[in-house]
Design a protein around this ligand. Structure first.
Ligand SMILES: Cc1cc2nc3c(=O)[nH]c(=O)nc-3n(C[C@H](O)[C@H](O)[C@H](O)COP(=O)(O)OP(=O)(O)OC[C@H]3O[C@@H](n4cnc5c(N)ncnc54)[C@H](O)[C@@H]3O)c2cc1C
Length: 811
């Protein structure tokens, strides 16, 4: 066994084997995998191992395509062929029009990744799968590349290729401890000796938190028991003369694929069971949980009704094994929060299908610092400190019970709520707030006209469309008040804070006291990494000279990692998070100044407190920090208040607002108004796949600066010219907003992808942002949008269609 290597991957299931193989593909061959037992002795050996191309966003579709292509290539390797039923095809069933609408959206999104799904009717489903009945069936989504693979052979093939490239695999080598050294390198202690390395990777499946504990990390991952059975041969399958397509059923929660001449049917029962929450038997190796078919009776009936042949055939094997879940159902693939040189590839619930792609994206992150796709949807840092095991269990149960039921836009499921609240949450509840969840925080989306008001899940505009219109009207005409909780806020102090920030941001960083600036941080490839507002607060009784760094609600751990990694030895910079201590009340509208002046002493005139100013003050009796910034495009103030004083500030503003017709507004109104202003959202419009020039942020980049993170790479990119451009579009329909991921077409060719879309109530425009080919980025250029299967016109318009010269917010 080596005593030193570059990377140690811990765990020899699909996650670890794929990571090891892809590290060698990225050029790192001095790498090692250690496995406590034999390869695939965790969950992988008994997986149903279906391999689909279907995903909820383009990153997921792209990584699954990588798996499929890789598995196909491996299966055709003459030296070590493996069993892969590639392209049996698969159907996701639907029994409502709303589900069909969703499938049409996912087909539009996949098209941008060169993946071609078909939405078919019930008769066509039955034609393609002769065993199913069409009772209570509207249709389904056809994935032509669906199939299944032999999981053990797949892992052996990956390990073999990695070994051939120079990697080493140590079986029967349990990791028992991890030590991180001052220089951020590691020693991996195993029962067979120690290995020093630069980087460790946790790929330990359901034992993720045993290894997590060795580095004082608790990952929000837990396991559910999951069962399938295998049937005796079925005559209709033998007679069909072709393999049966796979079935996934959101109506009765099961999946089904052909296994030999019978079927493998797996269930997601409502009375499901968590597993291993109080520790896992060390001898649970190559093992299964006890069968319990009683538990799946509710869903079994649905499967029997859809496939009557199941009623006639015997069951010869039942498999019940642990499967891992995370808080939002997607795996955690990337840097471990708060750690250096430590990565994970965990929480895989469809790891056989996805594992090839996850290992590929992780290896790229380890070797190059970033992957070819934006991996935020997989980033282990996307949850903050609230992501504990109990919360994770509640989400896991809900996700398991809804395995094949995708989320509709604006759909809020009840599990794990309320996780994070402010003193205002119950107050807004009495005002009929409809809440959404942002990084665990309950945030008001809009205020219902009555307690009974509810919306129907749909990809079209829903019943709240008019309610949001009213909120926007009151902000535009008078004044509105909105709570923005969980907004990320760091306090940066130290003598070198300005020079440090100047190096981190690609544009001008204002050093002037009481002034605010917006800026962007790039990664080392010159791509857009973070967006933040910097506010310079002079020394006061509330603290020393300091900068407040404000960024998107979910960015806390991500941005903290990025900033702290770049503080140089000897640099006097300290960063403290205030995210959980302070909440923002946004006061917006032409009468915002009147309301603020009524509750806060001082001169709030445009001359004394112009746009982009910051000032410490009191709102009523509540200490507050007021910023003259606006996401709505109206005159607006962000009032930052310590949570202990939040209710006091709110009451004072509500009371003063009575004279000015103040109304509450929520996140949906904000979303609409920011679209009309050309303001962008982190991780929707601002992603690591594009540089700031492609994203239209030219005015925020100062190439003349001698140094900033990403400058060298950006300079190189400049000479290559942009690949795509972010544009504002006007969509020719009043029925629905364009959804992120939807494809823009020129004839049959995809020329762009939507990043966000919403109705602009003040402009009367259906607006969207999209990255489009440069030839399609000129104002007036027309193309078609595949909006849930319907082709509608889309035209490039100038950014910021509402008050383009920003007079209102500067007034
Ligand atoms: C019944 C069932 C059906 C499924 N069907 C499908 C399907 O159809 N399609 C699909 O894509 N997915 C399916 N899955 C999910 C899929 O099998 C898993 O996502 C995948 O196998 C997880 O792989 P992994 O490598 O993350 O974990 P594992 O396979 O559990 O591998 C982790 C490895 O880490 C090792 N390890 C743990 N601790 C240590 C230590 N201290 N030192 C060294 N090594 C250690 C373990 O021994 C183990 O080998 C199914 C799962 C179940 C249970």
């Amino acid at each position: 066994m080596k005593s030193r290597t570059k990377v140690v991957v811990i765990g020899g299931g699909i996650a670890g084997c794929s990571t090891l193989y892809h590290l060698t593909q990225e050029g790192w061959t001095d790498v090692v995998l250690v496995e406590r037992n034999e390869l695939t002795s965790g969950t992988t050996w008994h997986s149903a191992a279906q391999v689909t191309n279907f995903g909820m966003n383009q990153t997921m579709v792209g990584l699954k395509t990588h798996s499929i292509n890789l598995y196909k290539e491996l299966s055709e390797d003459p030296e070590y062929p493996i069993n892969y039923h590639h392209g049996d095809g698969g159907i996701r069933l639907a029994n409502t029009e709303a589900q069909m609408q969703g499938y049409r959206h996912f087909a539009s999104m996949a098209r941008g990744m060169d993946v071609h799904f078909e939405v078919i009717d019930a008769e066509e489903c039955a034609r393609r799968h002769p065993l199913i009945s069409t009772d209570n069936l509207v249709g389904g989504l056809w994935d032509p590349l669906d199939g299944d693979i032999d999981p053990a052979q797949l892992c052996q093939a990956l390990a073999r290729r990695a070994r051939n490239a120079g990697a080493e695999v140590y079986r029967n080598t349990p990791v028992v401890a991890l030590t991180q050294h001052k220089d951020d390198t590691w020693t991996v202690h195993t029962e067979n000796g120690d290995i020093d390395c630069d980087i460790v990777v946790n790929a330990c499946g359901y034992r993720v938190n045993e290894v997590g504990a060795m580095m004082d990390v608790h990952h929000p991952v837990m396991s559910m028991e999951h069962q399938y059975f295998l049937t005796e041969p079925i005559q209709q399958i033998i007679d069909a003369g072709h393999r049966m397509p796979l079935i996934r059923c959101p109506i009765s929660d099961y999946y089904c694929r052909q296994e030999k001449n019978g079927l493998l049917v797996g269930f997601y029962e409502q009375g499901c069971k968590t597993w291993g929450m109080d520790g896992i038997d060390p001898n649970f190796v190559n093992a299964l949980c006890p069968d319990d078919l009683e538990r799946v009776m509710d869903v079994l009936e649905g499967a029997f009704a859809r496939m009557p042949a199941l009623q006639e055939v015997g069951i010869h094997t039942v498999v019940n094994g642990p499967i891992t879940y995370t808080i939002d159902g997607a795996p955690l693939v990337g840097p471990i929060p708060g750690k250096r040189n430590a990565f994970c590839i965990i929480g895989l619930r469809a790891g056989l299908g996805e594992g090839g792609g996850h290992g590929w994206l992780l290896a790229q992150q380890i070797v190059h610092g970033e992957a070819c796709y934006d991996t935020w949807c997989l980033d282990p840092r996307r949850f903050a400190g609230h992501a504990n095991v109990e919360l994770c269990a509640q989400y896991a149960i809900q996700d398991y019970q809804n395995e094949f039921r995708f989320h509709f836009p604006n759909e809020h499921r009840p599990a794990g709520r309320p996780a994070k609240t402010t003193p205002l949450t119950p107050v807004l509840e009495t005002e009929n707030a409809e809440f959404t969840v942002v990084n665990g925080w309950e945030r008001a989306e809009y205020f219902k006209p009555s307690a009974e008001f509810h919306t129907t899940p749909t990809f079209m505009f829903d019943e709240a469309h008019e309610v949001v219109a009213e909120e926007v009207r009151s902000v535009q005409g008078n004044v509105g008040l909105c709570e923005v909780n969980g907004f990320n806020r760091f306090e940066i102090t130290g003598a070198d804070r300005h020079s440090f920030l100047d190096r981190m941001f690609c544009g001008t960083v204002t050093k002037k006291a009481n002034r605010i600036g917006l800026g962007y941080l790039l990664n080392h490839h010159g791509m857009v990494k973070c967006e933040a507002t910097l506010a310079n607060l002079p020394a006061s009784d509330r603290g020393p000279d300091r900068v407040w760094y404000g960024s998107a609600a979910a960015s806390e751990v991500h941005d903290m990692d990025w900033l702290t990694q770049h503080i140089r030895a000897g640099e006097d910079v300290q960063i403290k998070s205030l995210t959980n201590d302070q909440t923002i009340l946004v006061l917006a509208g032409p009468k915002a100044r009147d309301v603020l002046s009524a509750v806060s002493r001082g001169d709030w005139s445009a001359e004394a407190f112009p746009w982009l100013s910051v000032r410490e003050c009191f709102v009523g009796i509540a200490p507050a920090t007021v910023m003259g910034v606006s996401f709505s495009g109206e005159l607006a103030y962000e009032i930052h208040v310590p949570n202990a004083s939040l209710y006091a500030a709110y009451k004072a503003l509500r009371k003063a607002g009575e004279a000015y017709g103040l109304r509450l507004f929520g996140a949906r109104a904000v979303e609409s108004m920011r679209m009309e202003k050309g303001f962008l959202h982190w991780k929707a419009d601002l992603i690591t796949e594009y540089d700031p020039f492609e994203t239209g942020l030219d005015r925020f980049v100062k190439m003349e600066k001698p140094e900033f993170v990403g400058r060298k790479a950006l300079k190189q990119r400049l000479s290559d010219g942009p690949r795509k451009k972010l544009v504002t579009l006007k969509i020719d329909t009043r029925k629905a907003a364009a959804r992120g991921g939807a494809s823009l077409m020129d004839e049959d060719r995809v020329v762009g992808t939507i990043t966000s879309g919403d109705w602009g109530y003040r402009t009367g425009l259906n607006l969207a942002y999209a990255f489009v080919e440069t030839g399609f980025s000129q104002i007036g250029r027309r193309m078609m949008l595949d909006l849930c299967g319907e082709m509608v016109g889309a035209e490039v318009i100038a950014p910021s269609p509402y008050d383009p010269t920003h007079k209102r917010m500067r007034s």
